[in-house]
Design a protein around this ligand. Structure first.
Ligand code: GLC
Length: 496
C-alpha cells in the first residue's frame, strides 16, 4: 500500500481486543492493542479501546470511572447484565472495560474456560450495545483476532438494532490464524463446521460452542488485514491458511498486510529501567557490560568474547523450538552461549532445564517470562534466535534489532518482512535468514552468524545499523489510517 501524507480529517476509532497491555496480556496481541491506539491518538485521532474487565484488572485498582449505562445481553435464553467503566489514558484515548462477574470479572484467566465462545459472543454484543447506548458514532470499529470476530457479523445481521452505527465501517485484523474460536477448531467435524453466515446471537449453547468467529469476520468485515505483508500472502495458501484460505482468496481484494511496530517509549536501551548499563549507537561498547551482567546472573562463564545467543519467546511449537531441540547437541559443541527466557510448554522447559544441567556454563533457561530478564537478554546478547515455523509478525525480533542483538530467523511471515540476510561484502542486511524449516538450514544460519561475529569491526557496524532501523508505530499507524478510510469507502460502495 502506498503511504501518502495522512489526511487532516480526524477519525473516531474504536479498537476492540480481548487483551490490552499492561492490564491484561498473554501475547503480542496485547501490546498491539495498546500501542496502536496510543499511536493513533498521538496523531490527533480520537480513540476508544474496548476490552473485558477480568478479575486481575479489578485487582490493579486502576483509576476507573463508571459509565452511566448498563446493558442486558440475552443469548440462548440466558441473561447477562453488563456494566462498563472507563480509564482516561490521555485526552483523546479512553479505555472502556466491559464487566460481568461470571464471564469476566470473577475470572482469573483470559482464556481457558469451557464457555469461552459464549464469553466472547456476549462480549461482542456488549461492545455494540455500549457504542449504541452512549451514541459514540465511530467511523471505524477495528476488531483484533477471533475474540472480536462476531462484531462485523452482528452489525450486518442486526442493522436496525444499531442505527447510530449505520455508517461505521469494520476492519478485522488477524494476529494469528491458528486461533479462530475457543478450543481446537480443527477438532470440529468438518460436516458440522460452522457455515458462518447466520446471525450468531440467535444460536443455542451447543451451536455457540461451534461458532467460528474468524471465519465469520472474514465474511463480514469491510476490510481484513494481518500483521505483515508476507503473512497476508501466506494465509491465502493451504499450507498456512488453516482451512480458511479459500475464503481469504475470495476476499483477496480486501486483504492487506501491515507490519506491527513496537513502542519506542518502552523499548529503548538508552533508558530501559531493567538493564544495568544504558547504551546507544554512539556507545555500543557498553553493550558488552550487559553481556557480562547477563552471564553473571545466569551463572555462565563470564567471557565477553564468546558470542551470546538470546531467545525470548513463548516456548511453543510455532516459535521453532523444535529446531533448537533437534540441534542442541551440535549447538552445545559450537563456541557460543545461550540464554532462553519464556513461559510455555512444560515438556520444552523440562528439556532445556536438562540440557542446562549438563552444560551449566553455556546454557541458561529462565522461566516464567519476566520483563526484567527479557530486557537483560535483549541487551546482553549478540544474536537473537527466532526460528519460528510460521510468524504472522513477531515483535521480539523488532525489539532485538532495537537492542542491537542480531536476529537469526526463518524466512516466514513478519520475520521475512523485517529481517534480511547480512552480506559481509555489500554490508547490506540486518540478520541471518534461512529458507527451509530444517535443522540443516537452521544450523547453517547459526554458523554464518558465528563466522561473521569474528570480524568485530564489521559486526559492530552491523549492530549499529540494526539499532538505527525504525520500527516504531509511526509508519504503521499512518497505514492503518489509510486502511480505515479505505474500509469506509468500500462500505459505501457496497451499499450503493
Ligand atoms: C500474534 C502473532 C505474532 C504477532 C502478534 C501481534 O501473537 O503470533 O506474530 O506479532 O500476534 O500482532
Amino acid at each position: 500500500m502506498p503511504v501518502t501524507k495522512s489526511k487532516t480529517k480526524k477519525l473516531r476509532i474504536v479498537s476492540v481486543a480481548s487483551e490490552v497491555a499492561p492490564y491484561s496480556k498473554t501475547g503480542g496481541l496485547a501490546d498491539v492493542a495498546k500501542s496502536l491506539p496510543k499511536a493513533l491518538s498521538e496523531k490527533g485521532h480520537h480513540v476508544w479501546a474496548v476490552t473485558p474487565y477480568y478479575k486481575f484488572i479489578k485487582d490493579q485498582n486502576l483509576d476507573l470511572k463508571p459509565i452511566p449505562f448498563k446493558a442486558t445481553v440475552t443469548v440462548s435464553k440466558k441473561k447477562f447484565t453488563i456494566k462498563y467503566c472507563a480509564l482516561q489514558y490521555s485526552e483523546n484515548f479512553t479505555i472502556f472495560f466491559v464487566a460481568n462477574g461470571p464471564l469476566f470479572t470473577d475470572r482469573s484467566k483470559v482464556y481457558g474456560y469451557p464457555n469461552d465462545n459464549l464469553r466472547f459472543l456476549v462480549f461482542n454484543i456488549a461492545v455494540l450495545k455500549l457504542l449504541e447506548g452512549i451514541k459514540l458514532r465511530p467511523d471505524i470499529i477495528h476488531c483484533h483476532d477471533w475474540q472480536t470476530g462476531l462484531i462485523p457479523n452482528i452489525l450486518a445481521k442486526q442493522r436496525k438494532r444499531y442505527p447510530t452505527l449505520k455508517k461505521t465501517a469494520t476492519l478485522f485484523t488477524i494476529h494469528n490464524l491458528t486461533f479462530q474460536m475457543a478450543g481446537n477448531w480443527w477438532a470440529v467435524d468438518p460436516r458440522r463446521a460452522d457455515s458462518g453466515r447466520s446471525d450468531p446471537t440467535l444460536k443455542t449453547l451447543p451451536r455457540i460452542k461451534k461458532l467460528n468467529f474468524t471465519k465469520r469476520a472474514i465474511f463480514f468485515a469491510d476490510v481484513i488485514s494481518t500483521v505483515s505483508e508476507r503473512y497476508a500472502e501466506e494465509i491465502t495458501t493451504p499450507e498456512l491458511g488453516q482451512r480458511l484460505d479459500r475464503y481469504l482468496r475470495q476476499r483477496k481484494e480486501d486483504l492487506y498486510g501491515i507490519i506491527n511496530g513496537i513502542d519506542y517509549a518502552i523499548y529503548n536501551p538508552e533508558f530501559d529501567k531493567y538493564i544495568p548499563h544504558h547504551y546507544s549507537t554512539a556507545s555500543i561498547a557498553r553493550k558488552k557490560k550487559n553481556k557480562l551482567a547477563l552471564q553473571k546472573k545466569v551463572k555462565l562463564l563470564e567471557r565477553p568474547d564468546v558470542p551470546m545467543i538470546g531467545v525470548v519467546n513463548r516456548l511453543t511449537e510455532q516459535k521453532g523450538f523444535r529446531l533448537i531441540m533437534e540441534t542442541i547437541d551440535v549447538l552445545m559443541r559450537m563456541p557460543l552461549q545461550m540464554v532462553i527466557v519464556g513461559s510455555g510448554f512444560k515438556e520444552y522447559i523440562a528439556f532445556f532445564k536438562k540440557v542446562a544441567k549438563k552444560h551449566p556454563k553455556r546454557l541458561g533457561i529462565y522461566t516464567p517470562f519476566t520483563e526484567e530478564m527479557a530486557s537483560l537478554v535483549y541487551a546482553g546478547s549478540d544474536m537473537f534466535l527466532m526460528p519460528s515455523r510460521f510468524e504472522p509478525c513477531g515483535l521480539s525480533q523488532l525489539i532485538s534489532l532495537r537492542y542491537g542483538s542480531i536476529p537469526i530467523v526463518h524466512e516466514t511471515g513478519g520475520l521475512s518482512d523485517t529481517v534480511t540476510n547480512f552480506s559481509p561484502r555489500s554490508k547490506k542486511g540486518n540478520g541471518f535468514v534461512f529458507k527451509h524449516y530444517t535443522s540443516t538450514d537452521f544450523l547453517i544460519a547459526v554458523a554464518r552468524a558465528l563466522e561473521n561475529y569474528k570480524y568485530s569491526d564489521s559486526w559492530e557496524q552491523l549492530t549499529a545499523r540494526a539499532m538505527d532501523q525504525t520500527y516504531s508505530w509511526e509508519l504503521p499507524a499512518s497505514k492503518y489510517i489509510q486502511l480505515y478510510t479505505l474500509a469506509q469507502k468500500k462500505k459505501k460502495q457496497r451499499k450503493s
